[in-house]
Ligand binder design. Structure first.
Ligand code: TXA
Ligand code: MG
Length: 350
């Protein structure tokens, strides 16, 4: 398939409405359009068209029991596709448009193919203006998983998308770097005052707690599923974000890290390092490749860098990559959740 790549600047959206209308026509006629969002790029299709869902799974190489998030232009458009609740609107008033996905009971307007056979559906209203306008012009909810081949990190700029999706979709909209760089926070509504966090993102547990009285955190957010345990979110059971190199998280201070690596024999090595430690690591371990992960306290910067670094690691093929163990709180919980999967849960405490 020929893939058309168009460039649109979010801050000059009005110059590109006719191009976006063309993208919307592709979606309306059952085709696939990759578009930017404030989290990661999405692989967009008509959420009400089962054949478009089938094409989405095929383009991504994703199992068809792993449901798609449906994207709406306004929070109240969720009514057409799901049974909303008072808590949904309280969350929407605070966090939408924005990087929050809410799981609700589905209406029949969303075909089973889109929701992976579940009786629920994931709803999100993105704030990126290109995404929002594309959905509005499509006149329908747009299903969009992250626009990466299944198993590789989500795409956060057009070059990642082109690497993965060229020839697999009708159109790619290049809207530059995604603002946040990790996927949306996903919550399931349990009752009128309680939610369960299924995937951590930019919207944190403490922010959610300002709206829902109780915020439970699903076990799979921080740990591995135990044998026999059922994943609340089907995506949790698949291995994600895994680079080809062996990734190991080190729970240690800088001098112990240096000592440990000097004494280990792990071939071609890379380290993901907080900015404060980059110089000392470069001087102490001259043969290692050092990735600058941003300042220790700059969670936003680290979230933005993570998938760039993981994709670069795949290109450079190291034998072993060491990374610091993030904290399990605030935005760091989202970083922890992705990096611990990239490391297949290998953590060494020194
Ligand atoms: O930021 C994002 O959410 C991006 C952008 C494009 O919006 N999308 C995204 O989609 O990350 P995807 O498909 O890569 O991840 C969605 C996750 C999957 O793990 C899936 O299993 C889960 O959401 N999910 C979807 N529908 C669900 C449902 N009804 N119940 C539980 N989990 C669901
Ligand atoms: Mg994904």
């Amino acid at each position: 398939m020929d893939t058309e790549v168009i460039k649109i600047t979010e801050s000059h959206l009005s110059d590109s409405v006719s191009e976006l209308a063309r993208a919307a026509d592709i979606i309306k006629s059952g085709g696939l359009v990759v578009f930017p969002t404030e989290t990661v790029y999405g692989l967009g299709a008509d959420a009400t068209n089962p054949e478009a869902a089938r094409k989405t799974y095929e383009a991504k190489g994703r199992p068809s029991d792993n449901p798609l998030i449906i994207h709406v232009a306004k929070a109240s458009d969720a009514e057409k596709y799901a049974y909303t609740t008072d808590l949904y609107y309280r969350l929407a008033n605070r966090f939408m448009p924005g990087p929050l996905t809410v799981i609700l009971k589905a209406k029949e307007t969303v075909p089973l193919a889109t929701r992976g056979g579940l009786d629920t559906v994931a709803v999100r209203c993105p704030s990126n203006k290109i995404a929002n306008k594309l959905i509005e012009l499509s006149g329908v909810a747009v299903s969009a998983p992250s626009a990466n081949i299944s198993g590789s990190p989500s795409a956060t700029n057009a070059s990642h998308v082109i690497d993965d999706m060229m020839g697999r979709v009708e159109m790619i909209i290049d809207g530059g770097d995604c603002d946040f760089g990790l996927e949306s926070t996903i919550v399931k509504i349990d009752g009128e005052s309680s939610v369960t966090l299924l995937r951590p993102g930019k919207i944190t547990v403490s922010e959610l707690s300002e709206v829902a009285r109780e915020v439970k955190v699903a076990d799979a957010v921080t740990g591995e599923l135990k044998e026999g345990e059922v994943a609340l979110s089907p995506g949790m059971k698949y291995k994600h974000y895994a680079p080809k190199s062996d990734v190991i998280l080190l729970d240690a201070d800088t001098s112990s890290v240096i000592e440990y690596i000097k004494n280990s024999n792990k071939g071609k090595i890379a380290l993901i390092s907080y900015r404060e430690d980059v110089e000392i690591l470069k001087n102490s371990l001259p043969d290692a490749f050092i990735y600058d992960f941003g300042n220790k306290s700059d969670e936003i910067g680290q979230a933005h860098e993570l998938f760039f670094i993981l994709r670069d690691i795949d290109k450079k093929s190291f034998d072993t990559v060491y990374a610091p163990l993030p904290k399990k709180e605030g935005i760091s919980l989202a970083i922890y959740n992705r990096i611990v999967r990239a490391a297949a849960h290998k953590i060494i405490k020194l």
